[in-house]
Write a protein that binds this ligand. Structure first.
Ligand SMILES: Cc1cc2nc3c(=O)[nH]c(=O)nc-3n(C[C@H](O)[C@H](O)[C@H](O)COP(=O)(O)OP(=O)(O)OC[C@H]3O[C@@H](n4cnc5c(N)ncnc54)[C@H](O)[C@@H]3O)c2cc1C
Length: 303
């Protein structure tokens, strides 16, 4: 039953990534053809200039880059997890054991991360289309509605979080987390050899240190109600660290062909993820490591 559920969870994550991708493609097409506004230069806007396609505005590029970083990152994660499932069947003893440990901690992320962030991608796709995005004349609102299911079925977001912090990272003395850290450190080592990726490698190592310390701090009193009260921010932080690792791994390959526009796009999406997304990890972990009791102690009658 659990084997089936684990593979089903990877399939849910892949479905969420694909819906995110569909919205990304639709909003990218729209942004290339919709004229609105004038370009912002060093002297401000020039009203005598013709309107430009909205893809030329920095804020629209931000929304497209965010979608690209969520959806391509999620796809890379799902393909990696699918390969680990294959290794469970085809690998030698050591490869099987490693795949098993990594899947223990990665399966909740493979299910939950695309469900949350590729849904956010769908929301950004609607935003890129402006008022048209809100209508049924374009497909993006339906992508959001369909994707909204994925945080609910096959184990809700909250249940994935309890599974990760309550079971997966503590089982076998934390062996799954140790295996993940080893894999992250291998990528950090490879990325550190490229000058342009070194700051990302250092940021990832530091975020992984923080995640490990917060895991220990959450459980430091041994009290499940204290540790698990902030399981969802823990899931979010864990997911962002995993996706930073996945993006850095993609970038170590892309950096070898920096003039290819597709590889440049991947390097830009990786940079976006490290500059705009990874810093969120510190805020999520702050409530985890202090075992913040704001939510846990809220009295029912005070809502
Ligand atoms: C479109 C759709 C298709 C579905 N398809 C199938 C299917 O094919 N097969 C099938 O078996 N099921 C299916 N489901 C059911 C789905 O798996 C459940 O809706 C899901 O497991 C959540 O259960 P629930 O709706 O009873 O919500 P509840 O369990 O009542 O959860 C409500 C909220 O409370 C939270 N919560 C619940 N318990 C805890 C807890 N102990 N600690 C912290 N938070 C908690 C949840 O995280 C959630 O946010 C489908 C649902 C939908 C909407």
């Amino acid at each position: 039953m659990f084997h089936m559920m684990n593979e089903a969870r990877i399939a849910v994550g892949l479905g969420a990534a694909m819906l995110g991708f569909a919205g990304y493609e639709a909003s990218l097409d729209y942004a290339k053809t919709r004229p609105q506004g004038r370009p912002m230069g060093p002297g401000g806007k020039d009203a005598s200039k013709p309107q430009v396609p909205i893809i030329e505005h920095a804020d629209v590029k931000r929304m497209l880059l965010a979608q690209k970083s969520y959806c391509e990152g999620a796809l890379a994660l799902e393909l990696y997890c699918a390969r680990l499932v294959d290794e469970l069947h085809t690998g030698d003893g050591a490869a099987k054991a490693r795949a098993h440990l990594l899947l223990e901690v990665l399966t909740p992320i493979a299910k939950s991360w695309p469900s949350e962030w590729c849904l956010e991608a769908n929301s950004l796709a609607i935003q890129v289309l402006g008022g048209y995005g809100y209508t049924r004349d374009f497909p993006v609102e339906q992508y959001w509605r369909d994707n909204r299911l994925n945080m609910i079925h096959e184990g809700t977001h909250g249940i994935q979080a309890l599974d990760l912090l309550g079971r997966k990272v503590v089982m076998d003395g934390g062996a799954g987390l140790v295996a993940l850290r080893k894999a992250i450190d291998e990528t950090v080592g490879r990325a550190s050899a490229a000058e342009s990726l070194l700051p990302h490698a250092q940021a990832l190592a530091s975020a992984a240190d923080h995640l490990e310390a917060a895991t220990r701090a959450a459980w430091s009193t041994g009290s499940p109600d204290e540790a698990l009260a902030n399981a969802t921010p823990y899931l979010q932080a864990f997911g962002h660290v995993v996706l930073a690792w996945i993006w850095l791994d993609v970038a170590t390959r892309a950096v070898a062909a920096p003039v290819d526009p597709a590889q440049r796009g991947r390097l830009a999406a990786c940079r976006y993820f490290f500059h705009h997304e990874l810093p969120k990890v510190a805020a999520w972990l702050a409530v985890v490591e202090t075992r913040d009791d704001t939510c846990r102690t809220m009295a029912e009658e005070s809502f």
